[in-house]
Design a protein around this ligand. Structure first.
Ligand code: GLU
Length: 400
């Protein structure tokens, strides 16, 4: 028997990746499954970006690159942060990795020691606490329920900080709730943090481009410039340019942290794919007119999904500001039994019975640290959403 590492034993499998793989497997076996479990735009990568990738292959740009990214891409990343986020940065302040997840992984692994704490507002994206645990540190959960719009307040933040706090993680718009912070809300959080100079902030801005109805995006280093020297601002092309499979994430952050991340990356993946980096350069520098159209499509789907969910008895869904997720509560159904005879005592029972009996894949709220809810990704075709919503309705109506 192979004995696994103690570090690995501290973490659980990623629920978002796991349930999506389960849905793919069921579909591969011929089952009729609608997967609304993955956080992935259903649009194709725009042609100009694909062509940049093809040119990179044909031009022989297929070798190792700088560990932290090709200079051209780092310059484009710096320009992006200056242009979109008013951050005063140079290429030397930027770092490129194989997806936003590797940026977070590198930053946390490179800086955390046993005893360190990381404040993770709940509900959270599934991987934050596990990466903290893998690094041997402690996630400190700050509960942000539906009453606060799933957002951290200055009071909750202040109550969560200790002398051991190393990082606060902020994710706006949020996965899984879609909640987004205004400039004033971020400024208020920043003002609390100014009192605690040992706390750093990891701002996960991966859903920046997906905000609806004119809501403006702000990141904490922009809302509170005094804080900027201790903020690591992460972003990537996965969600903004439908490039999840290309695996390119990037960040701006304090140079000593970036150097430590480089040391770690040089001992693990070396550089992110050279081809993907050239494609990401086109994504950042090229024409992004398609985004307005994508936003319109997501907005229409969001409105449809929220309306339909709220029309189903026992479900309650807040209207999200952005991203492509909704996070409704389903706890009114607990204590019932499904048509197929499965007891529904928690959100995991709910999503597993729905998948088995009606063929819709969702992710249970407990995976995001908030039971009683589920996450539905509306990055799917109108037709699939229509079918999925009528299956969810049928499933709920069948509960006794
Ligand atoms: N971030 C996406 C999600 O939450 C992709 C899967 C993952 O890496 O968690 O579904």
């Amino acid at each position: 028997m192979i004995v696994l590492s103690k570090a690995l034993q501290r973490i659980k499998p990623s629920a978002t990746v796991g349930i999506s793989q389960m849905a793919r497997k069921m579909a591969g076996e011929g089952r009729d499954v609608i997967a609304l479990s993955a956080g992935e735009p259903d649009f194709d990568t725009p042609d100009a970006i694909k062509e940049a990738g093809i040119r990179a292959i044909e031009g022989g740009r297929t070798k190792y690159t700088n560990v932290d990214g090709i200079v051209e891409l780092k310059r484009a990343v710096a320009e992006k942060f200056r242009r979109d986020n008013d951050l005063d940065v140079q290429a030397e302040d930027c770092f490129v990795a194989a997806g936003g997840k590797q940026i977070i992984f590198n930053a946390l692994l490179a800086t955390l020691n046993p005893g360190d704490e990381v404040i993770v507002p709940t509900p959270y994206w599934v991987s934050y606490p596990d990466i903290v645990l893998l690094a041997g540190a402690k996630p400190v959960f700050a509960d942000c329920d539906a009453k606060s719009g799933f957002k951290l307040t200055p009071e909750i933040l202040a109550g969560s900080i200790s002398k051991n706090t190393k990082w606060l993680i902020i994710n706006s718009p949020s996965n899984p709730t879609g909640a987004a912070y205004s400039r004033d809300e971020l400024k208020a959080l920043g003002e609390v943090l100014l009192e605690y100079p040992w706390v750093h902030v990891l701002s996960d801005d991966i859903y920046e481009q997906l905000l609806y109805e004119g809501k403006e995006f702000f990141t904490i280093a922009q809302a509170c410039p005094e804080l900027a020297p201790r903020v690591l601002t992460m972003n990537g092309v996965s969600k903004s340019h439908a490039m999840t499979g290309w695996r390119i994430g990037y960040c701006v952050g304090p140079r000593p942290i970036l150097a430590a991340m480089g040391k770690l990356q040089a001992q693990s993946t070396t550089n992110p794919s050279s081809i993907s980096q050239w494609a990401a350069l086109e994504a950042l520098n090229g024409n992004n007119d398609f985004l307005a159209e994508w936003r319109e499509v997501f907005l229409r789907r969001r409105n449809f999904v929220v309306r339909e969910l709220n029309a189903i008895e026992g479900l309650d869904c807040l209207m999200p500001d952005g991203a492509f997720y909704v996070f409704p509560s389903c706890s009114d159904h607990f204590g019932k039994t499904s048509k197929g005879g499965r007891p529904i005592d928690n959100d995991e029972d709910f999503v597993m019975a729905l998948l088995a009996e009606n063929g819709v894949a969702l992710v249970h709220g407990a995976a995001f640290g908030m039971g009683g809810h589920f996450r539905l990704s509306y990055a799917a075709s109108d037709n699939d959403l229509k079918k999925a919503l009528s299956r969810i309705r049928e499933f709920c109506q069948g509960l006794r």
